[in-house]
Design a protein around this ligand. Structure first.
Ligand code: ATP
Ligand code: MG
Length: 332
């Protein structure tokens, strides 16, 4: 049985189609990424699966339970770390966890054991009795992950777990997420704007745009769809020989080829291994090569290929957690 099964799930908000007939499955123990720009429908998808929103149409099952008819069972089976921070900053880390554990009905003795365990997992044992308002952004995020794990969920939703954190803290959080998935066998669904994060962590990703899933596969397979590595050669001088270009183009391992004045590019698998061969062919032709550039397709290239634009906002700036909190503050 898969951990999550989604069939034609759709959510309308006053005239907006936030999620539009999406379908996907997540296997047990999988780390699955939902990628997409602001407003793509990622959070709405998570809220639907977590039974915090009711779908307009379509169906889904989480840990085998129907999100429409078995909401309590779904809620027991999941943990969720919200995109917007949701900690009581006037309490200590431990008190935040205590409160959450009480809501799940654990006894005092059970709470002590669970809290100790989750604090250890995110390396916050020595900060447990500090007020959360004194925590750094990364520490708060780790505490939220710990809280999401207290009741040992089978499925954990992480909505933008590292948004707005510095690169070093993000990497640390990646390690906790990996550990959880590998050692605790928790199925994880995470959303992110950071394509390198999805590439590093996720076994499978779905790219979402305007409520629709436009591509879904293992990160490497998506990159392979672009035809392998991109190799570019710059020549000392302009050169044109139809015969020589044909020869390059017809090499059995060249997938695509383009030529412009004093440079040419080709896509091929295992690009680094083909460089010497091309250099030798150029030498025989009497051409001097000025520079070689090897570019491995990234998920960023895949994203660009499918959406025709970069994942950043129109103004090219990624919204930080604080900016987002400010933008949404009127809702509260
Ligand atoms: N409660 C709501 N009422 C009305 N519209 C909503 C509501 N929640 C979300 N939307 C709209 O639905 C669309 C999808 O929003 P959603 O929050 O799911 O996007 P997202 O992919 O999580 O974006 P972000 O990367 O900014 O978090 C947006 O157009 C948003 O304005
Ligand atoms: Mg969101």
């Amino acid at each position: 049985m898969e951990a999550i099964r989604v069939e034609d799930l759709t959510k309308h908000f006053e005239g907006i189609v936030a999620v539009n007939q999406i379908r996907f499955e997540v296997k047990q123990g999988e780390l699955f990424g939902l990628l997409g720009p602001n407003g793509a429908g990622k959070t709405t998808t998570i809220n639907l699966l977590a039974t915090l929103l009711k779908p307009t149409s379509g169906r889904a099952w989480v840990a085998g339970y129907d999100i429409l008819t078995e909401r309590n069972q779904v809620r027991r089976s999941i943990g969720i770390v919200f995109q917007d921070p949701a900690l009581d900053v006037k309490l200590t880390g431990r008190e935040n966890l205590e409160f959450h554990a009480m809501m799940y009905g654990y006894s005092k003795a059970e709470r002590q054991i669970k809290i100790k365990e989750v604090l250890k997992l995110v390396d916050l044992e020595d900060k447990a009795d500090l007020l959360v308002e004194k925590y750094s952004g990364g520490m708060k995020r780790r505490l939220e992950i710990a809280r999401g794990l207290i009741h040992e969920p089978k499925v954990l939703f992480l909505d933008e777990p590292t948004l707005g954190l510095d690169a070093q803290t993000r990497r640390k959080i990646w390690e906790y997420i990996k550990k959880l998935n590998q050692e605790k066998k928790v199925t994880i669904i995470l959303t992110t704007h950071y394509l390198e994060e999805a590439d590093y962590l996720c076994q499978k990703v779905a790219i979402m745009d305007r409520g629709v899933i436009i591509a879904m596969d293992e990160p490497q397979k998506l990159k392979d769809m672009l035809g392998g590595d991109i190799l570019s050669f710059e020549l000392e001088n302009n050169y044109y020989s139809g015969r020589w270009q044909e020869k390059l183009k017809n090499l059995p391992w060249v997938k695509s080829f383009s030529w412009e004045n004093n440079s040419f590019s080709l896509t091929t698998e295992l690009g680094e291994r083909r460089i010497p061969e091309i250099m030798e062919m150029a030498r025989q032709e009497g051409l001097a090569i000025k520079s070689v550039h090897l570019h491995k397709p990234s998920l960023e290239d895949v994203y660009l290929y499918f959406t025709g634009r970069k994942i950043r906002d129109e103004d090219g700036i990624l919204e930080t957690r604080n900016q987002r909190a400010k933008r949404l503050s009127w809702r509260r």
